[in-house]
Design a protein around this ligand. Sequence first.
Ligand SMILES: Cc1cc2nc3c(=O)[nH]c(=O)nc-3n(C[C@H](O)[C@H](O)[C@H](O)COP(=O)(O)OP(=O)(O)OC[C@H]3O[C@@H](n4cnc5c(N)ncnc54)[C@H](O)[C@@H]3O)c2cc1C
Length: 410
Amino acid sequence: MVTAIVGAGIIGTTLAYELQKRGHQVLLIDRDAPGRGASYGNMASIAVTEFMPASRPSVWRQIPGWTLDPEGPVRVRPAYMPRLIPWFARFVAASRPSRLRALEAQGAALCARVHQDLGALLRETGLEGELTEEGCLSLYTDQAEFRADREHIEILERFGFDHHLLSGADARALEPELSDKIGMAVLFPQNRSLRDPYRLVTSLADRFTAMGGRIEKAEVAGFDRSNRITALRLTDGRSLLVDQVVLAAGAHTARLSKLLDEPMPLETERGYHTQIMSPGISMRHSIIWPARAFMVTPTAGGIRVGGTVEMAGLDAAPDYRRAKITVKRASEALPNLRCEDFTEWMGHRPALPDTVPVMSASARIPGVFYATGHGHLGVTYAATNARLMADLITGARPPIDMTPYRIDRF
Ligand SMILES: Cc1cc2nc3c(=O)[nH]c(=O)nc-3n(C[C@H](O)[C@H](O)[C@H](O)COP(=O)(O)OP(=O)(O)OC[C@H]3O[C@@H](n4cnc5c(N)ncnc54)[C@H](O)[C@@H]3O)c2cc1C
């Protein structure tokens, strides 16, 4: 019984490890080396306090203004706007009050499991050292900025996630490099970060192959099926016989699901990072400044600055001005930050319009499963996704109701 997983990002690799551990014969397929997609350069945050659905009236009302502002937190490339309309219509529809309450609960149900599932995975693989102990500081200049973020804090209170309100001076006691412009902050102690998300993928891939799992470097271009899936067709002309397949190709999954007549409204929310190898400062906590829409994370290879969303599809060339904007904003919070020795990177967040992922069996074809659409939280959700998907695939009973994450909800 061969279970193929297409996509060796954090989602596919973690699931491959979990299924191989449970006795499946797993074939992990990627056109690139494991972990070179979005899972490579993300902000490394185990962001359990960031499950709030992106679509809310307070957000989408600002989008037209943001799109006109080249330095705004969301940028839509004009040529891509027509392609985005159906997705954006679903995005707006997801903000109906009753739908919003349900989506919040669905995100919270996953985030509430994250430390349990991730902790177990890191312990059994000997990778506990990859997770930092420190939390994340959310920054505000003043009460007015804090009030604008109040909706977020209220949701965390409703679902019981820890947070501590700090004065600017308290925040600087934790992170002395913070500017005195910062008048208050909230510490999210559960919102910790990985030292290097790419290293986590490659380490898990090594553990997977050590258990007998196989990794194949190949691009999947199609499928053979009778009454169920039978084979994967590759761009090099080969066919691989499989009994089951999990499509976990990140933002590229919709191209594959369409070939199975099972379209999904998956977009790429492109994001950028700047990795600063010699930043001239040191930090222990990650920081996020909601009003300026950037994040800074101390990682194994220096300080990583990132954030912002660019809607421009899968094929457009990167626009690294987006990365420079976040560094400019980060310098407001960290006046001593030096950006001299750095690299820039762009990645594709796999984004569904209602923010919750698809973790599901196909509604049409026996033997096909989907694990995608983890959006801004793919690293956060990876171990939980692996636990839940492995339960679905092996016929065990998942510990939470999986109905909200089905592909046929659209
Ligand atoms: C700037 C930025 C910051 C982020 N910060 C965070 C954060 O702090 N915390 C967090 O939790 N998440 C964060 N994310 C989101 C997170 O990175 C993603 O949700 C996650 O990496 C998605 O993982 P994945 O395995 O689904 O996709 P990917 O890592 O993109 O992997 C998909 C893989 O599929 C392969 N593939 C695609 N098509 C085919 C095909 N036809 N055949 C074979 N292989 C194929 C690709 O080569 C790729 O390796 C961030 C993302 C970005 C861009």
